[in-house]
Design a protein around this ligand. Structure first.
Ligand code: FES
Ligand code: FES
Length: 168
């Protein structure tokens, strides 16, 4: 018997998408298997590792435990939506500069968690950065370079905001 589907309307990376998905689908399954956005990873698939983190209305969200219907009408940003026409997000540049990038499984979620923090504040303490990334697990890093990169991106965002204000 075919799976019962529902129509959902999502705003993903600034694009409005209307799709039919099985009733039981999570946001992660919808992103990966219906929309082809495979940057968000299916790690533990039970809310433990952070690999599936996306930004939902500005908040870091575990998409593997979020029913897709809960994202209806809300803004979803995935790792594919972090760069824009001007180039990579300042945090992506900072990851490059500081050698902070880890593997393709953990890095997308780490970027999304960190950017959600930087959207709240461009002057986080190192402790706040650590807390923001506490749910993004990677056994392969000591996290130092990642924290350095987030602090560096925060400084750049502060400078850019200052220049923006002074040119108005
Ligand atoms: S895949 Fe979602 S928390 Fe691990
Ligand atoms: S899980 Fe990605 S490098 Fe450790």
């Amino acid at each position: 018997m075919p799976a019962v589907t529902q129509i959902v309307r999502l705003n993903v990376n600034g694009d409005l998408r209307e799709i039919g998905v099985p009733m039981h689908f999570t946001l992660l399954e919808t992103l990966r298997y219906e929309l082809g956005l495979t940057g968000s990873k299916q790690g533990c698939d039970k809310g433990d590792c952070g690999a599936c983190t996306v930004i939902l209305d500005g908040r870091p969200t575990l998409s593997c435990i979020t029913p897709v219907c809960e994202a209806e009408g809300h803004s979803v940003i995935t790792v594919e939506g972090l760069a824009d026409a001007d180039g990579p997000h300042p945090l992506q540049d900072a990851f490059d500069l500081h050698g902070a990038a880890q593997c393709g499984f953990c890095t997308p979620g780490i970027l999304c968690s960190a950017i959600a923090l930087l959207e709240q504040t461009t002057s986080p303490s190192r402790r706040e950065v650590k807390e923001a990334l506490a749910g993004n697990l990677c056994r392969c890093t000591g996290y130092s370079k990642i924290y350095d990169a987030v602090m560096s991106a925060a400084q750049r965002l502060q400078v850019e905001a200052h220049l923006d204000r002074s040119h108005r």
